[in-house]
Every structure is written in structure tokens, then in C-alpha cells.
Write a protein that binds this ligand. Structure first.
Ligand code: GLN
Length: 319
């Protein structure tokens, strides 16, 4: 086993869980009613090791929408299907140093990276237009959901239509980003802006829970092979690229500090979820809706910091 004393390890996870539960800071995202209504007390942590040992504590089967946690997934599909050279003709690899939805492009007039809204919208346009363009909107939706599901080893993945409709209603900034990118000729030739935006909102509105999401993280930790189904969902090269950008850009404008303190690839979303990958060891999903001012889950960030305080998972531990 990659973690020999798994039970002993889980005792620590439990201890961090209860310690973080006392953290009542932050506010639930309020830009759409479905998220604003989320119970701030939900708190769950799920762990899956690359050899399939599992542990969950708290509200780990309550569904939530993926929101920005879908960004590394759509980026992974784009890489796997199109190759990194093509994808990065359109999207950069640099942290933006700005908020996730800021109206800004890099000095090449490309979105900074695929982990912020501009880059993720563009990534969705690549999925929509460059991968089997003949697919209908419905087929492309199924294709993507199916990928998410295979990453999650066939576990709970759904779609929340109310969230999708609200996202689309409350999307002035995302549309602004879309138009700004179209003005700057960021999109591939055949892209239809409205369809790309819808597709982006649909990806944000996919639903999962802590358990299924920890399996996705574990598939990434395992180089693209799902630990339970043993299906090779992604190529190792694609996973390497996804983890690299999660490491440098996954935590919004806290990414630099997170890389410094925690030293692990992660991705957060306004749903309050945090995907955390310990390469070659395990994947975790940590979920608590209240967010700090940068948009990361307060308990989620604390949990990660507690974890590397106790264990030497930081990339530059043990040198
Ligand atoms: N749906 C959200 C948006 O596009 C996702 C952003 C996020 O999770 N940070 O604004």
C-alpha cells in the first residue's frame, strides 16, 4: 500500500476535520440564488489513494456543482484530444496575478491560463469547435459529461439545470470576457460565442459530491488511470500539464501563497470545493461552501495547511 498505515492516517484526517470545523469564517457565494442558499455548515472530506484505499468524513455524499473545479477537467480533455501545442496556441501558462474573472488578457492577447474564467471559456471553445466539430450540442455535452464520469470511476456525476440557467442569467462578466476575447481574435475560427458560453456554463453546472470528486483527484494523482476501474482516462503527459498549472494557478490569486505553503496541485471553485492532488499517492476533495475574499474555501485552505504541517506531502519536503 502506498499509505501502509491507512487507519492511522485516517485518524489524522479526522483530527484535521474537527479542527477545521471550528473555522466559521467566510461567506457562501451569493451571485446566484442556488449557491446563496447553500448551507454554510456543510463540511466534508474524502480521500482516495492511488491503490484504492478510501476514507470519507462529513457531508461527502451531498451534491454540489463543480463550478471552477471543472476547469482542470475541461483543460485535461482539451490536452488529451488536441495536444498541448495546439491548446497553448490559444491559452497561456502564466498566473494572472488577478481575480479569476478579471477582464484581462496577457501581453500576447491570450488568456493567462486555463484555470481562470477567460482561459476556461476559451478551453471550452476548443472542446466545442476543434474536437469532432460535427457533434451536436447535445452530443458534445454527453461526450464531456462522460469524460468527467470516467475520471470519477463511474461515480456520481450529474447536471444541475437550475444552476445552469442562473449562471447564464448572471453572466455579464463572463459575456464581457467572451466579447473581449472575440474582439482580440482569441477564439478558433469556427467558434460560435453563444454556444461556447453555454457550454462553459454547462461545465460549471455539472454536479458531483466529495466522494466522486476525490476519485477524479485520485485519477490525476495516478497519472490518468482511475484507481478503481483501472481505465486509462488521460495520457500521462496531459495529466502532467494539468497538475503543473493547478500547482501554479489553481487557487486564484492565492496560488502563489498556496504553492509556497502547501506545495501541491489544487483547484478551488466558488461552490466551496477544493480538489487536492498528492501525485503518486492520493486525491482528495475538501468541501465547505464559505469562501474567503479571494474565492477559496476557508476550511478547505486551512485543511490543506494542516495536512502538510503534519505530513511531508509538500513537493519540496524531504530534500
Ligand atoms: N460559474 C462561475 C463563474 O463563471 C465559476 C467561477 C468560480 O468557480 N470561481 O463565474
Amino acid at each position: 500500500f502506498v499509505i501502509p498505515d491507512f487507519q492511522g492516517f485516517c485518524k489524522y484526517i479526522e483530527e484535521f476535520y474537527w479542527r477545521c470545523k471550528n473555522n466559521t469564517e467566510g461567506k457562501v457565494a451569493g451571485y446566484i440564488p442556488q449557491l446563496a442558499r447553500m448551507n454554510p455548515d456543510y463540511w466534508g472530506v474524502s480521500v482516495v489513494t492511488i491503490d484504492g484505499q478510501r476514507f470519507s468524513i462529513g457531508d461527502t455524499s451531498v451534491p454540489f456543482t463543480l463550478q471552477s473545479c471543472s476547469k482542470p477537467l475541461t483543460y485535461a480533455i482539451a490536452l488529451d484530444q488536441l495536444g498541448a501545442d495546439l491548446v497553448h496556441k490559444y491559452i497561456g501558462q502564466e498566473p494572472s496575478g488577478r481575480n479569476f474573472n478579471e477582464l484581462v488578457l496577457d501581453y500576447n492577447k491570450k488568456p493567462h491560463n486555463p484555470m481562470i474564467n477567460a482561459g476556461a471559456i476559451l478551453c471550452c471553445s476548443l472542446l466545442k469547435t476543434l474536437i469532432r466539430h460535427e457533434m451536436t450540442l447535445a452530443e458534445k455535452f454527453d461526450f464531456t459529461m462522460n469524460y468527467f464520469k470516467r475520471l470519477a470511476g463511474g461515480e456520481t456525476i450529474g447536471f444541475n439545470n437550475a444552476v445552469f440557467l442562473s449562471e447564464r442569467e448572471a453572466a455579464d462578466r463572463n459575456y464581457a470576457l467572451g466579447f473581449y476575447m472575440r474582439e482580440n481574435k482569441c477564439f478558433p475560427d469556427k467558434a460560435n460565442l453563444r454556444e461556447c458560453m453555454d457550454f462553459y456554463f454547462q461545465c460549471c453546472s455539472m454536479e458531483a459530491n466529495c466522494e466522486s470528486m476525490s476519485m477524479m483527484a485520485a485519477t490525476l494523482a495516478n497519472g490518468g488511470i482511475c484507481p478503481t476501474t483501472e481505465e486509462k482516462v488521460l495520457k500521462p503527459d496531459s495529466v502532467r500539464d494539468v497538475l503543473s498549472l493547478m500547482h501554479s494557478c489553481g487557487m486564484y490569486d492565492y496560488s502563489g501563497q498556496f504553492a509556497f505553503k502547501v506545495g501541491l496541485p489544487a483547484k478551488s471553485g466558488v461552490c466551496g470545493a477544493l480538489l487536492l492532488v498528492v501525485p503518486n499517492v492520493m486525491g482528495l476533495c475538501i468541501w465547505s461552501p464559505p469562501l474567503d475574499s479571494l474565492g477559496n474555501s476557508c476550511r478547505g485552505v486551512q485543511f490543506c495547511e494542516e495536512l502538510v504541517e503534519e505530513f511531508n506531502f509538500h513537493r519540496y519536503d524531504n530534500l
